[in-house]
Design a protein around this ligand. Structure first.
Ligand code: ADP
Ligand code: MG
Length: 245
């Protein structure tokens, strides 16, 4: 597509011991693009997300963020992690801190904002995810869907250039999935660059610009959602879709 690339992976290879978990991965995510990653369990989707954020090292290839190669370590790496927010299946909120504190903490520590300024931004973001009235609660007082929306607000609080979601609704009771997907849909409409690992095919169809199908550490298909869902090219994708749709 004719937009500036934000995330660029070229010929990325990663091993866990003998396991070649990412094989010659080429992936470009443009600014404002939403890429949904699907594929069988164990195909390397989570590893791909973690690799983009340098939570994992790679054996070969290159990863660029907004034109810059990913730094190896140190301050530059911490800065980069702040540029790419990550939302996990388990919400990873601090249990002994309030919702407001959860969203403000890294703003003060990493973005060096004053506490007042951070709290103000946190309240704006909690409002954006529909939780303005819950700022003083503790995570355990909230439902899973609400906690995941707090986690999204916390990621947004760093003003990231991109957000990575790794199965953000997989740990939720069914009735809570939509409230989280709606927040994500809104982010997509607002132009956030997103990489989303999910089994929610409705989300993929409506929010994704592209669907990336992974199997055995490889990107097997990378296409527009409608094309992918109606005419999957590979046997692997046809087999996968027949099981989940
Ligand atoms: P997915 O998210 O698609 O289910 P993962 O990226 O979690 O796949 O895992 C891909 C493969 O790598 C799996 O075979 C998994 O067992 C293996 N794996 C994941 N993390 C590690 C690790 N830290 N050490 C060794 N093997 C791992
Ligand atoms: Mg995974």
């Amino acid at each position: 597509m004719a937009v500036d690339p934000l995330i660029e992976l070229r010929d990325v290879n990663k091993y866990y011991g003998e396991l070649h978990v990412l094989q010659d991965i080429d992936l470009t995510v443009g600014k404002g693009e939403v890429v949904v990653v699907i594929g069988p369990s164990g195909s390397g989707k989570s590893t791909l997300c973690r690799t983009i954020n340098r939570l994992e090292t790679i054996e070969s290839g290159s990863i660029r963020l907004d034109g810059q190669p990913l730094p190896e370590e140190g301050k530059a790496l911490a800065q980069l992690r702040a540029e790419v927010g990550m939302v996990f299946q388990s919400f990873n909120l601090f249990a002994h801190k309030t919702v407001l504190q959860n969203v403000s903490l890294a703003q003060v520590k990493v973005r060096k904002r004053k506490k007042d300024e951070a709290d103000k931004r946190s309240r704006e973001l909690l409002d954006r995810v529909g939780l303005a009235a819950h700022a003083d609660k503790f995570p355990a007082q909230m439902s899973g869907g609400q906690q995941q929306r707090v986690a999204i607000a916390r990621a947004l609080a760093m003003d990231p250039k991109a957000l990575l979601f790794d199965e953000p609704t997989s740990a939720l009771d069914p009735e809570m999935i939509n409230e989280v997907l709606e927040v994500m849909q809104q982010l997509a409409r607002d132009g956030m660059t997103m990489v989303v690992v999910t089994h929610e095919m409705g989300f993929a169809r409506t929010a994704a610009d592209r669907v990336v199908f992974m199997a055995d550490g490889k990107i097997v298909e990378d296409r527009a959602p409608e094309e992918f869902f109606t005419h999957p090219e590979s046997e692997r994708a046809r087999d996968f879709l027949s099981k989940i749709l």
